[in-house]
Design a protein around this ligand. Structure first.
Ligand SMILES: CC(C)(COP(=O)(O)OP(=O)(O)OC[C@H]1O[C@@H](n2cnc3c(N)ncnc32)[C@H](O)[C@@H]1OP(=O)(O)O)[C@@H](O)C(=O)NCCC(=O)NCCS
Length: 204
């Protein structure tokens, strides 16, 4: 990696992912035994002592912060994102937010508008990461439907919808920490749903 900024971000993400996996993987593997790699499309995955870890890992980095989330659940895809809320009006986001989101932004007091716009942007990235497609999809195909209030440091559900295939069962959460917004998207795959028949004589 030739660019120090990219190297720094890459390391922050790896550090967050390794710290998390160390806590949740049985046997608490040594960080040096954990390898974080990327699929050709960019999505991260972990290997422990050369063996690919099942489940879904997601990473984000911004400024001096790294965020990682992991689930071992075979039917869940997750995506996490971290954004720094910058002061002033983030006009560059106008092209990426949906008409509904822009309408909500316009109604908010100026003090809340910037955070809302970065939150909407972050939520899109989280969903697009959960789907493993990243910014190859139209960001307006994921939208937040209502203004959001959160207790600092606490995951709070968001009201959202998407027209993207494969994301019908979408749940989104967010939290604030100082001038950061964190989002987490969880998509439960209906393909993995299993029906178990009950062959028994039921009482009439
Ligand atoms: C994924 C993406 C939305 C990340 O947005 P970002 O705000 O720039 O960066 P974040 O710090 O929040 O996330 C970066 C991490 O997302 C993860 N990521 C990258 N592509 C991903 C994908 N398709 N699906 C899920 N996660 C992905 C990686 O772990 C990456 O960190 P790493 O490269 O250090 O491992 C965006 O970079 C993207 O869409 N990339 C793919 C599109 C692209 O770059 N195409 C170029 C030609 S193929």
């Amino acid at each position: 990696m030739r660019f120090p900024r990219r190297r720094h971000a890459w390391l922050l993400g790896r550090r967050a992912a390794k710290a998390l996996l160390r806590q949740v993987i049985p046997g608490q593997p040594d960080p040096a035994e954990i390898q974080i790699e990327n699929e050709p499309g960019g999505a991260p995955f972990a290997s422990i002592s050369g063996q690919r870890l099942a489940g879904c890992l997601t990473i984000s980095h911004r400024a001096n912060f790294g965020l990682a989330a992991y689930t071992a659940h075979p039917a869940m895809q997750i995506g996490a994102d971290l954004e720094l809320v910058e002061p002033g009006s983030p006009d560059f986001l106008n092209d990426y937010l949906s008409p509904v989101e822009l309408e909500i932004a316009a109604r908010l007091p100026e003090s809340e508008r910037s955070r809302w716009m970065f939150l909407a942007w972050s939520a899109k990235e989280a969903v697009l990461k959960a789907l493993r497609i990243g910014l190859r999809a139209d960001t307006r195909s994921v939208e937040l439907l209502a203004p959001a209030a959160a207790q600092p440091g606490q995951w709070t559900p968001l009201c959202a919808r998407t027209s993207l295939p494969g994301a019908q069962d979408l749940r989104l959460w967010w939290q604030t920490r100082d001038n950061l917004v964190l989002t987490l998207a969880v998509i439960q795959s209906m393909d993995a749903l299993q029906f178990h028949g009950l062959d028994a004589d039921l009482p009439a």
